[in-house]
Design a protein around this ligand. Sequence first.
Ligand code: AMP
Ligand code: MG
Length: 337
Amino acid sequence: MNELLEKIKVYYPKADLEVVKRAYEFAENAHKDHVRLSGDPYFTHPLAVANILAELEQDHLTIAAALLHDVIEDAEVSPEELVAIFGEEVARMVEGVTKLSQFSFYSREERQAENFRKMFVAMGEDFRIIIIKLADRLHNMQTLQFLSPAKQKEISLETREIFAPLAHRLGMWRLKWQLEDLAFSFLEPKEYENIKQKVVVSRGEREAYIAGFTEKLKELLGQMKIQAEVNGRAKHFYSIYRKMTDQNLEFEDVYDLVAVRVIMESIRDCYAILGMVHAAWAPIPGRFRDYIAVPKSNGYQSLHTTILGPDGKPVEIQIRTRNASRGGIRHCRPLAI
Ligand code: AMP
Ligand code: MG
C-alpha cells in the first residue's frame, strides 16, 4: 500500500490518501477468497490497475475507484454500500466500469461507431471511467498468457480494434502502443518475435538515445534563439510491422525507429532549423521531403528529413509549425455519434 501512496504523493501532494487507503483495504478484503487464472490472489489485479493509473498521474478518486473496480461484479458488493463508504463520485465510477464490462464490443469494422458510441456515453458520465477501463485492459493483456489460445486471440483482437484506437483518440499514446504491442504478440507471434529481434536495443535504450539527442537539438535551438518545442518517440513494434506490410518495406528501410519532431510558430524558422540540423548531422540522401512547399493532399505541411545521429544511427526529424501539427492528426476518422 505504501508504495502506491508514495507514488501518488510525488505528483499530487495534496491528494486525499485516506480514501485510497480505505479503498485498498476494502477491495483486498472483498476479493480475499478469489484467485486469478495465474493463481495469484485476485486483488493483485485491481492493485496493478491502480498502479498503472498512478503512473499516468491520475487523481486519488480515480485510483480509489480502480482499486474497487471489480467489487460489484466479482464480490457482490452493492452500489449503495460503495456510496455510503466512498461517496457518490467513486461509486459512480465503479458502477460505470462495471456497466462497460457487461457490454459486448463487436470487433468488426462496421460496428466501430457503435462501440465508440457506448464508450463515449460512459465517458459523458465521467471521462475517468474510460481511463480506468483502458488500464484494466492493459493489465489483462499483460496477464493474457494464462487464458486459452482462443480467448487470447479474441481479447487481443478486441484490444487492437477497439481499445487501442480509443486510447489513440484520447491522446494516451503510451497506453496505445502498449496495448497494440501486446495484441500483436498474441495475434502474430512469429512476426512479433522477428521484429523484436531486429530492433535489438531495448525501448529504454532507445528512449535514452532520444532524450540525449533532444537535449543536443534544444541546445542548438537555444543558440539560434528560436523558441521551439521538441518531442520524440521510439516507434513501437506493431507500428514497425504495419509500416513494413503496408508499404512493402524491409526492416532496414524503416528509417523512423527513433524520431523527433520540432514544432515552432513560423514557417521561416522551419527552414532555418532544417539548415542547422543538416549542418550538425549528415542527412541521409533521398530522405528529405518538403511538404511545406508541396503540402500533402490532406493539407499536411511539414519538413521531413533523416540524419545520421550520434553513433551513426538514423533519426527521422519532422519540422513544422504549430498550425500544421494541429491539422495533421492521422488515423482519425470522423466519429459517428
Ligand atoms: P508512428 O509509429 O510513426 O505511427 O507514430 C506513432 C506516434 O508517434 C504518433 O502519435 C505520431 O504522431 C508520433 N510521431 C511520429 N513521428 C514522430 C516524430 N518524428 N517525432 C515525434 N513523434 C512522432
Ligand atoms: Mg512515422
